[in-house]
Design a protein around this ligand. Structure first.
Ligand SMILES: NC(=O)C[C@H](N)C(=O)O
Length: 331
């Protein structure tokens, strides 16, 4: 009775996946097993918390949408406002887990722990990573040490910050890494050990409020490479998108046709964010392009997929590029 109350919100993914045999680790079906079965598979959970499960969605995370995020964030806020909920664990597919984590990092209005967890092997596999990951996530969400640190991601005995973590490997269980800045800490026999915190604003310090929104602004990502044409950019402009994130080469450099297309897009009112496809480092303002002149926004060290989330939330408040740039230096 004196244990913390942790809600497990299940959304699907490989952690809830099943394969044809115990050695099937690719080519399995995601999002098959319900939250009650996930909890039953780890009886040790009751040693650390009073857990309750809720099946919010049952999808593979490549099918996650803005609508799912709005619904999930509202539910998390509703639950964390209750006195009898001390922390939340969200089971999630790994493919877009970092995006959901960052969206929640900016829209959850509570200091109580929120931990996202997934697995790389389906629940039916030999040495499935789901059960130990779920145990660690519940232990982390039960810990007072995890409070006020923003949304956390825990797999493979590590704790990472939502803003900083990314999936780095298509197959292996050590796939989640904060490649630029490193992990926040480790889980050791069910206890978190923290070494640092994220310096950027999140949760209760965030200015974004989605409680009254049922839709987010249309923002897409366009990827650059040698010989890239402007066709995709023009298509997004034609579709009426409010913003675009350019996953640029190097330090967000713009090829001649891409620069021309983005310049025209901006003149038509679209907000342009320059980011990098490299995966680490800062896309510096006024570096590879003159953002002041072009009226573009630089993504700082956010990945293109996370820059998209911040731009969508930013556009719910302003279309002023200076204000948006300030947000990219803050969150
Ligand atoms: N490992 C996984 O969870 C991958 C799966 N495609 C998902 O994201 O739902």
């Amino acid at each position: 009775a004196d244990k913390p109350n942790v809600m497990i919100l299940a959304t699907g993914g490989t952690i809830a996946g099943t394969g044809a045999t115990s050695t099937t680790t690719v080519g399995y079906t995601a999002a098959k097993v319900g939250v009650e079965r996930l909890i039953e598979a780890v009886p040790e959970l009751k040693n650390v918390a009073n857990v309750k499960g809720e099946q919010v969605f049952q999808i593979a995370s490549e099918n996650m949408t803005n609508d799912h995020w709005l619904k999930l964030s509202k539910r998390v806020n509703e639950l964390l406002a209750q006195r009898d909920v001390d922390g939340i664990v969200i089971t999630h597919g790994t493919d877009t887990l970092e995006e959901t984590a960052y969206f929640l990092n900016l829209t959850v209005k509570s200091k109580k722990p929120v931990v996202l967890v997934g697995a790389m092997r389906p629940s039916t596999a030999i040495s499935a990573d789901g059960p130990i990951n779920l145990y660690n996530a519940v232990a982390l969400a039960s810990s007072k040490d995890a409070a006020g640190r923003g949304v956390l991601v825990s797999l493979n005995d590590q704790i990472n910050a939502a803003r900083e973590v990314t999936k780095t490997n298509t197959m292996t269980t050590d796939t989640f890494r904060s490649t630029d800045l490193g992990a926040l800490g480790y889980m050791v026999s069910g206890k978190p050990v923290f070494y640092r915190g994220t310096a950027r604003k999140h949760t209760t310090d965030s200015e974004f409020d989605i409680s009254k929104l049922d839709k987010l602004p249309a923002v897409n990502v366009v990827y650059s490479y040698a010989n890239a044409t402007r066709t995709a950019i023009d298509a997004f402009v034609g579709a009426g998108d409010e913003g675009i994130v350019h996953a640029g080469t190097g330090n967000g450099s713009l090829s001649t046709p891409v620069k021309a297309a983005l310049t025209e897009a901006r003149k038509k009112g679209m907000i342009v964010v320059r980011s990098s496809r490299t995966g680490t480092g800062i896309t510096a303002r006024n570096g590879e392009a003159n953002d002041d002149e072009l009226d573009f926004v630089a993504a700082d060290n956010l990945s293109p997929q996370k820059a998209r989330i911040l731009l969508m939330l930013g556009l719910t408040k302003t279309h002023d590029t200076k204000a948006l740039q300030r947000m990219f230096m803050m969150y």
